[in-house]
Ligand binder design. Structure first.
Ligand code: PRP
Length: 249
């Protein structure tokens, strides 16, 4: 995270205050027609992306279908006020914390794992899932002798969960297809995301304990929140309205 004072003192060539995102992106399209820097939103690729784009579109921030279908990783919305950048979920907090993106849309699971220093003003209620402990169906984890082996993409959450309970574990970090680990004998259990539960069932596993619920969150860079206050407040207001409408429906 940048020192706020140093960020705050950044000026563009005309001597105007400049946000971290605009100063760090030299691409000419980083300024729109009114010379306002685009508000950059980092969006987690994968399970979050479609729901995030749909929510943004309902809030009046939409990119053309052609842009969305393209393989471009940074696109502008139709108003020319916003830029979307599509990155791996774990990279969303990195881009936002460094001020390359002013805002991000990412799951709570990722935020818990990375522990990034970001503002989290809005639960978007999308991509609802849970972080759970699971094991082979019928397997009694309490009968485990010695440290339990836990395979996971979330080593920090696992360490915190078992550490808080004083349960000794060996954490085996994987990048994906975590459900295979207990099936093939690499681990006794897994700590992973469960959405429909289908991957667990189809691999002979069952949920043992729900550790946390996760939904997509809007996150904001701390300096951007001050420097782009008006633009961010507008986005928050529009998204908040849509989220509330969804909850009331
Ligand atoms: C996630 C998660 C589970 C699966 C759960 O994996 O890690 O494997 O989705 O979804 P379900 O409960 O609806 O079956 P992802 O698709 O992100 O791929 P990965 O295994 O490569 O991480």
């Amino acid at each position: 995270m940048k020192n706020f004072d140093s960020v705050n003192s950044m000026k563009d060539k005309q001597g105007n205050e400049e946000s971290p995102s605009s100063s760090l992106i030299s691409h000419p399209s980083s300024l729109n027609n009114s010379s306002q820097p685009l508000l950059t939103i980092a969006i987690a690729k994968g399970r979050m992306q479609t729901d995030a784009l749909a929510l943004l579109a309902r809030a009046g921030v939409r990119a053309s279908d052609e842009m969305i279908k393209s393989r471009r990783l940074a696109i502008e919305d139709e108003s020319g006020k916003y830029r979307f950048v599509f990155v791996k979920p774990a990279d969303v907090p990195v881009y936002v914390e460094h001020g390359i993106a002013d805002c991000g849309i990412v799951g709570r699971d990722v935020l818990m794992e990375t522990g990034a220093d970001l503002l989290q003003p809005l639960d978007l209620g999308i991509a609802r899932c849970r972080i759970s402990l699971a094991a082979r169906t019928g397997r009694n984890l309490k009968s485990n002798l010695g440290a339990m082996r836990v395979a996971t993409k979330y080593p920090r959450i696992a360490a915190s969960h078992f550490g808080a309970r004083g349960i000794p574990v060996e954490i085996i970090q994987l990048s994906g297809s975590v459900e295979l680990a207990p099936v093939l004998g690499l681990s006794d259990c897994i700590l992973d995301l469960v959405e429909t539960g289908r991957t667990l069932v189809e691999n002979g596993l069952e949920e043992v304990e729900v550790i946390a619920e996760s939904t997509g969150r809007l996150v904001v860079n701390r300096a951007s929140y001050q420097l782009r206050a008006e633009a961010i407040a507008k986005l928050l207001e529009s998204l908040g309205r849509i989220v509330n409408e969804g909850e009331e429906a």
